[in-house]
Design a protein around this ligand. Structure first.
Ligand code: CDP
Length: 225
């Protein structure tokens, strides 16, 4: 079967990274978490205490950052200029501002180039907000994964709690809703379902259920390409 390019988009906490990772594992594909790339840039910007409106300073940071995404003992490790920031990029202080950094043109342009290079040889599952619409418009399969805001906030709350990061559920729900709004309303590559994407609502669907549905669609697409 030809190696497919699979794009999974959707709002925060819909289960994209969990589902995308399992799908990639089952198919022997590479998983690319583009959200981690935007988080890495945001973390780096935060280290320099730069104003998000200072396009020149941000451009400088973006042009010198080397983002590494690799698997170490079955877990994805994220590095920025060789510094391991896997845990740091998930912290609430990064989540609170990541959408403000991700909406900047200089940031998006650089990430777009990198992400297209990473997907070049196929056999990839890439997740994010604009993969099916902008990064990989010719993907073989596009999924738009979503769930109710209540369910997404609860999932993220449990996920953070498992890592010992305790946050207020209501505050978390507000942060997710505000991020969804910024992501959906930005001028460049906003979060929107691609016309040819398949909508999967995971509010009542288990991880395994979502994975199986995507694998079934892959088989269907694989046969027709
Ligand atoms: O894990 P979670 O769903 O909370 O978010 P993420 O996938 O880590 O993405 C963090 C943020 O990066 C998003 O809220 C977007 O602002 C931005 N992002 C983006 O703009 N485009 C992408 N392709 C992926 C993420």
């Amino acid at each position: 079967m030809k190696k497919l390019i699979i794009a999974i988009d959707g709002p925060a906490g819909a289960g994209k990274s969990t589902v995308a990772q399992i799908v990639a594992q089952r198919l022997g594909y590479t998983y690319i978490d583009t959200g981690a790339m935007y988080r890495a840039v945001t973390w780096q910007v935060m280290q320099h205490d730069v104003d998000f409106g200072d396009a020149d300073a941000i451009q400088k940071i973006v042009s010198t950052i080397q983002i590494g995404l690799r698997y170490v003992n079955g877990k994805m490790q994220v590095t920025a200029n060789q510094v391991d920031i896997t845990e740091e990029i998930r912290l609430p202080e990064v989540s609170r501002v990541v959408s403000e950094v991700a909406k900047l043109v200089v940031v998006r342009t650089a990430m777009l180039t990198l992400q297209r290079q990473m997907a070049q040889s196929g056999g990839v599952v890439m997740d994010g907000r604009d993969i099916g619409t902008h990064v990989l418009p010719n993907a073989d399969l596009k999924i738009f994964l979503t769930a109710s805001i209540d369910e997404r906030a609860r999932r993220r709350w449990r996920e953070l709690g498992d890592k010992g990061v305790l946050v207020d559920l209501n505050a978390l729900q507000e942060e997710i809703a505000s991020r969804d709004k910024t992501d959906s309303e930005r001028a460049v590559a906003p979060l929107v379902q691609a016309k040819d994407a398949i909508l999967l609502d995971t509010t009542k669907l288990s991880i395994e259920g979502a994975v199986n549905e995507i694998l079934r669609l892959c088989e269907e697409r694989g046969r027709s390409v």
